[in-house]
Design a protein around this ligand. Structure first.
Ligand code: OXD
Ligand code: MN
Length: 620
């Protein structure tokens, strides 16, 4: 199969050939034949090529310029506003099931269906061939990634979010060791949104390190390097004994001390990963996806595989998020998605400013009170509206962000959206207990995925949506990772979302700073803790001092008791749910042992104290 000279000119062909990689050539040829674009454009790491993508995103109408220089708006279709879990499937051979929780499809059937749906899907369009690097350049963590797309918005977003990788492909010396993503937004409607949403498909082909995504634009579905690459990486990491995680990475810097300790944290989508990594006084390495490896000295190192943020904009305001707010309101290259546009300016929910009564949004022309075809009020902006920026735009970006060796990780946090069970912060009793805590993570669903919000779901390591291997294997990989480390990071749990009986949050938005600095202090032996059935809890006096020093807040003993008492019945019911959630999975014995021990400890304390809610002081 060769190239049709009518769709690729000599300049573009030369750029492809210069890579000296027959695998790339054959993939591009194969999908050009299938999708039949009018034109193929190859984008290298050259500034001219990159600028072309940004310019065309505006010229084609997929993005529209806004008032401030460099700002643009992209709209996804009204029913393309979150990750589509139903139509995202892992292709498996011979109808194998990976896990009851993972949506699979027979590979032959899936590929055949794609073959039909993708036939001629790029007719009349330009096919972009792009090269990126997942992770810092020239790093042993990093994975080259090939992206084929007909969406200038997708290609432009990836410019902001990922490092350029044409040079990395040259270093491959002809090898096939790269990930490959093939995307088409399909036909577009009058608003330049994907028209054939009913044919939206995201199929993951582990056998070929390839993901297909068609008839969609929402970045969580369309951008290969984001959540699609995470699935391929989890599969690869499991075979190669490292970890690919849904985690932020941040530097925690206690005031008045000359040190920084790096933490990673896994929280489900829209549960505070970005706001944690952006806490005042700390530094951000990444806010969404990290690769973790056992380093030569036996410690754990991690890199951010991205170099940008695709952040939820709802609730971002000048008081709570001053650094992000400043970025969003000053000139720079960035993309808003699914906010309200009024007189060429963006408005979003809970931004701390009045929102106009009219404008243009993800539904089209909008005025307050408009209803959608289902009779539901159309909000001014979508709750899952986003901003896309380069991480280096932020003042608090950590100086190690591009270090090819990553940063040494001393703490790992697992956090969910849990209104009634877990304490705000606890340290695990051991590595395996920490893995158990991560594996048992539950969270209430949010607008980041399509479907009902507020449902409690189980999400091991906040990664369930992306795990493409049996859950038992995934958890075993975490347990074994610990056995290879001679310097183990400590593992913590957090819960920012605890509520009282009247449905009011028990904590303020910034209280997380206290939890994190306590955790950091624990690593340096600065705080004693109370050993309880669920882990080590902070002592009241330490928190009281931290609240005063960090937030100038008077933290009362009454608040401490409400927040840190052990809710035995709720914790036991959670264990029952976890048992049910892992039914049918081949779980490692270490996990079963931790579960059994946790249950025993809770039952013992129920017997001993004969009450359901036990204050931490009872364990002194
Ligand atoms: C994200 C997500 O956008 O996890 O990061 O949905
Ligand atoms: Mn995420």
């Amino acid at each position: 199969m060769g190239f049709d000279a009518r769709i690729i000119d000599d300049v573009n062909l030369a750029k492809l050939k210069a890579l000296g990689n027959a695998h790339v050539l054959s993939i591009v040829t194969e999908y050009a034949h299938l999708m039949q674009p009018d034109k193929i454009t190859v984008i290298t790491d050259e500034q001219n090529d990159i600028a072309y993508v940004q310019r065309k995103a505006i010229e084609t109408g997929e993005e529209r310029p806004l008032r401030l220089e460099g700002h643009s708006i992209h709209f996804d279709g009204y029913s393309d506003q979150g990750r589509d879990k139903v139509h995202t499937r892992v292709l498996v051979q011979n109808g194998n099931k990976i896990s009851p929780h993972i949506n699979t499809l027979n590979r032959d059937l899936g590929l055949a269906e794609l073959g039909e749906l993708m036939q001629g899907i790029m007719t009349g369009k330009e096919m972009l061939v792009r090269f990126f690097c997942l992770g810092p350049l020239n790093s042993r963590f990093s994975i080259p990634a090939l992206q084929i797309t007909d969406s200038f918005y997708v290609a432009h977003s990836e410019d902001l979010l990922y490092r350029p990788g044409y040079s990395q492909f040259c270093h491959l010396q002809g090898e096939a060791d790269f990930f490959c993503f093939i995307h088409s937004a399909g036909q577009l409607d009058a608003n330049d949104c994907s028209r054939n949403i009913h044919q939206r498909r995201v199929y993951i082909d582990l056998a070929d390190n390839r993901v297909f995504s068609i008839n969609n634009q929402y970045a969580g579905n369309s951008l290969g390097l984001k959540k699609l690459a995470l699935r391929l990486a989890i599969y690869k990491a499991n075979r190669e004994h490292w970890l690919a995680e849904h985690m932020f990475i941040m530097g925690i810097r206690p005031t008045g001390k000359e040190r920084v300790s790096y933490f990673t944290g896994a929280y489900p989508s829209a549960c505070g990963k970005t706001s944690t990594a952006m806490l005042p006084g700390q530094t951000i390495v990444g806010d969404d996806i990290a690769y973790l490896k056992v380093w030569d000295d036996g410690s754990c190192h991690a890199v951010n595989i991205e170099h940008g943020i695709f952040g939820i904009i709802t609730g971002v305001n000048s008081k709570d998020d001053p650094l992000i707010y400043k970025c969003l309101t000053t000139p720079r290259e960035m993309i808003f998605s699914n906010v309200l546009i009024h007189e060429d300016q963006p408005y979003w929910l809970e931004m701390g400013r009045e929102i106009p009564e009219t404008g243009f949004n993800h539904h089209g022309s909008w005025k307050n009170g408009d209803l959608d075809p289902d009779g539901k009020p159309i909000p001014a902006a979508h709750k899952n509206a986003r901003y896309t920026i380069r991480i280096h735009e932020l003042e608090n970006v950590d100086e190690q962000t591009e270090n090819p060796d990553g940063v040494r990780i001393d703490g790992i946090i697992y956090g969910g959206r849990d209104s009634d069970t877990n304490v705000p912060v606890a340290e695990s009793l051991s590595w395996n207990h920490g893995v158990f805590i991560g594996a048992a993570l539950e969270s209430e669903t949010t607008a980041a995925t399509l479907g009902q919000e507020g449902q409690r779901v189980h999400s091991p390591m906040a990664n369930l949506d992306f795990v493409a291997i049996p859950l038992g294997k995934y958890i075993r990989n975490h347990i074994e990772f610990g056995t290879r480390l001679s310097r183990l990071p400590r593992i913590f749990s957090t819960n920012y979302f605890l509520k009282d009986d009247d449905d009011r949050y028990l904590n303020g938005k910034l209280d997380k700073k206290v939890w994190l600095l306590w955790a950091e202090g624990r690593i340096h032996g600065e705080y004693d803790a109370i050993e309880t059935p669920i882990g080590f809890l902070p002592q009241y006096a330490d928190l009281q001092r931290l609240f005063r020093e960090l937030l100038a807040k008077n933290y009362s003993e009454e608040d401490y008791l409400k927040q840190f008492s052990i809710r035995v019945e709720k914790l036991l019911s959670k264990l029952d749910r976890i048992v049910a959630a892992f039914r049918g999975e081949d779980m490692p014995v270490e996990f079963s042992r931790e579960l059994r021990n946790q249950r025993r400890r809770l039952q013992k304390c129920r017997l001993k104290f004969k009450q359901d809610i036990i204050p931490p002081s009872a364990f002194h």
